[in-house]
Write a protein that binds this ligand. Sequence first.
Ligand code: 4AD
Ligand code: MG
Length: 443
Amino acid sequence: PAAQLIRIQDTVERRDTRVKVFGWVHRQRVQGKDMMFVVLRDGTGFLQCVMTDRLCHSFDALTLTLESAIAVYGVIREVPAGKTAPDGHELIVDYWQVVGKAPGGDDSFSNRVSEESDPSLLLQQRHLVLRGDRASSILKVRARVMRAFRDHFDGNGYFEVTPPCMVQTEVEGGSTLFEFDYYGEKAYLTQSSQLYLETCLPSMGAVYTLSESYRAEKSNTRRHLSEYTHCEAEIPFISFNDLLDTIEAMVKGVVKRVWEEPATRAMITQLNPEFKPYTEPFVRMRYEEAIKWLNDQGVKRAEDGLDFEFGDDIPEAPERKMTDAIGKPILLTHFPGPIKAFYMPATKEDPRVTESVDLLMPGVGEVVGGSMRIWDHDQLLAAFQRQGLNPDVYYWYLDQRKYGTCPHGGFGLGIERFIAWITNSRTVRDCCLYPRFVGRCQP
Ligand code: 4AD
Ligand code: MG
């Protein structure tokens, strides 16, 4: 009988019919002389295939290798009670073909990517590692999370924009800029699309983007990439408190969306059995209280072993220590101006600190950075001067303050750090397709 070509995710509805399925050999097992099991993978799911008698005696069957691409034909049957298979069914194969054979022996898939391989070797083989259970689940969760961000923003009246990545202005400090030659002019890879989002407010209202950002981070850490996916939003006519509420509602809203999809929830649970959506209010803490917390706990500055002082940057390790000890998401606010970006306004009550916020997540630390923006033209000009930035290249950003300025604020969230939090991954390098960091620009 004729067999219709279907994807594995659709096999559930096709029980007891004859189908054709393409896929890659994910696992294989020979049982006795006359039976062979192959778990086929096609990206949409896993399908157990049973080959018996002459189907497992052929040359192709005897030399079948992991990761070979094959076509299988047969009828989908529920597995007998007491046996397990993905989706509770298997394909009883009546005909099959090799489409693209993978090598065996020294060059076999399992020799190229073994669990014991050291991390740098696995990174070199990332294109093959992607086929593994963990890597592919993380990337699928990531796809659903990106969709959830879009759904969240679209459902809340934001417009999506796609700003350029080739720019001539810095946003987050000159030390992490990637510079390149742009037809004879100096240009950079963008560190953040924030400044462009701000220019969209008068025509589009609240806006967001999911774009790549670039940082020349010269140190090797588990949460810094040279290229990462940055989810940024900008909102007009809000207060600093509104901004904090917006960030909290977004994180909860996005998690709720992915958690409500059964397939995504199953993948998250497999990757991170402890994960539960967080419904209580996030902790809100001022920078100054964090400094006190670190000193009370006896956490010392790395440089000189002394107590932290007001004005110190809180580095990655103490930040994580604090977040893990508190064990809840923390909206850390009111950082001193000198350790933050040029565009952050001082508070009225205390000019030493700014209307700024970082969202810290257990296990990862900073996942979101945001603030209100200086919206007065002359104050912004003064900020450029303070930081030694040439205001001329920011003429368009200053115009924003000239033609109908308004109070506004926004934030940026690192998608890889968010995924690392949800999937309990040790490093953001596992949370993107092909990580870019110092010393690695391939595959
Ligand atoms: O805190 P950052 O530097 O803030 C900004 O870029 C603002 N202009 C965003 C805005 O207000 N629109 O970066 C925001 C977030 C961080 O909290 C972190 O999650 C992520 O971007 N991030 C990185 N992720 C991976 N690798 C890096 N090198 C990162 N640098 C920042
Ligand atoms: Mg930051």
